[in-house]
Design a protein around this ligand. Structure first.
Ligand SMILES: [Zn+2]
Length: 163
């Protein structure tokens, strides 16, 4: 009767499920996908933990270590999910108008207040708006969140000078 072995396998499996690499992809869609994945992992882990508790109770035993493993794993995933959601919100809301600083939804092309063209930091990786600067570092792709902030500073070179 490998009941306990079985439980250990479940707990191990549960830990393995976490396998989320550090969130290197900052694109909103990817973040959303990750969040959805994480949420279903969480659901599965709750289910598994319920099974484990059930089996333990039924066998009239206790195993704090096992339960502790489950809780630690779930807590870690909750934390990760919170961070993901945080970044998603940041990305969603962070497009600020370079002219009037009004916040606009990320999808917006033009500022809803003053109509200025909004720079789109994440998706337009090809049209990098580096004004005669250094060549783009490919590694920068991982730090898109920081790039967003950078783009805010870089005012777009709109040269319709009718002075
Ligand atoms: Zn504006």
């Amino acid at each position: 009767m490998g009941k306990l072995d079985d439980l250990f396998i479940k707990a191990k499996d549960l830990a393995g499920m976490a396998g989320n690499k550090a969130q290197e992809m900052a694109e909103l869609t990817k973040l959303r996908l990750q969040a959805a994945q994480l949420r279903s992992d969480l659901d599965a882990n709750y289910l598994k933990m319920g099974e484990i508790v059930y089996e333990l109770k039924k066998a009239n035993t206790e195993n704090e270590d096992l339960i502790g493993m489950c809780i630690a794993e779930i807590d870690a995933q909750h934390k990760e999910l919170d961070e993901l959601n945080q970044r998603i919100n940041d990305l969603k809301n962070e497009v600020k108008c370079p002219e009037c600083m009004a916040s606009n939804p990320k999808e917006a092309l033009y500022c809803s207040r003053c109509g200025a063209l909004l720079t789109r930091p994440v998706e337009t990786a090809g049209l990098t708006v580096v004004p005669g600067g250094k060549d783009e570092t490919p590694e920068a792709e991982e730090d898109v969140v920081e790039t967003v902030e950078t783009v805010e500073v870089v005012s777009q070179p709109e040269s319709e000078g009718n002075d």
